[in-house]
Design a protein around this ligand. Sequence first.
Ligand SMILES: Nc1ncnc2c1ncn2[C@@H]1O[C@H](COP(=O)(O)OP(=O)(O)O)[C@@H](O)[C@H]1O
Ligand SMILES: [Mg+2]
Length: 252
Amino acid sequence: MARTLVISNRKGGSGKSSTAVNVAAELAAQGQRVLLVDLDTQGHCAVGLGVKPRRDTPTVHGFLAGHYGLRQAVVESSWPGLHLIPADPLFEHGGVGAGELQLSDALKAEQLMDDYDTIILDTPPSLDGLLINALCAADRVLVPFVPHYLSGEGVRQLARLLFRVASRGLNERLRVLGFLPVMVDLRIGQHREVNAGLSHQFGAARLLPGIRTDIKVAEAFAVGKPVRVHAPGSRAAADYAQAVQVLEKLWA
Ligand SMILES: Nc1ncnc2c1ncn2[C@@H]1O[C@H](COP(=O)(O)OP(=O)(O)O)[C@@H](O)[C@H]1O
Ligand SMILES: [Mg+2]
């Protein structure tokens, strides 16, 4: 049975898609069967994996709109074991008519939970049916954040949302796996302080080792490759590998 991880932070530009693609690629490189589902209509996961959906390629949003089954939207990537369900850039946010459990139900009913070891859900910053569907389908939440003072608010908003999902009985298994600082430079006092604040609030064990600022992350995305493939000797490749090791320990 697959484990499901949702990557979420209500703040845009907090490293969600970079983290979704690079964590998925790292797990696949270790031999896992990984499915990455891109719920953000910006469609960045396809870009980061070098997948070029055609206009008529099935997407997770087409599935949510009731056009076809979820499995029909699975595409292979260039990396063994790593599959993607792409986003539809033309989908209108707020246009999810179906229920909050549609994605969760389909992952089970269409046996995708049996075909993968890990399912990773990348999410939009908007608070709508797409994000709720992701939170209802996941076991754990990974929260990437840029350690600026303002990032605390995004994290608190997310915590309130998780509480709502749990208290409405929509998904009682959902837990925060951890917080991942991205674009970190520990020489900067503010970065150290924000990290210290989060580890005080949520426990030091929940704070993953961060991903340092590295232009290779952006470069890799632009050429459609995980950073471990594009720049294997880079800081970011090493940091993502280390973050995944810790993530595995926290998830055990
Ligand atoms: N470790 C990093 N070093 C440098 N740039 C990064 C790093 N992580 C992400 N970025 C860049 O920051 C921007 C936002 O990241 P992205 O993953 O798209 O965030 P989100 O999905 O939360 O909007 C992108 O341009 C990305 O290339
Ligand atoms: Mg994104």
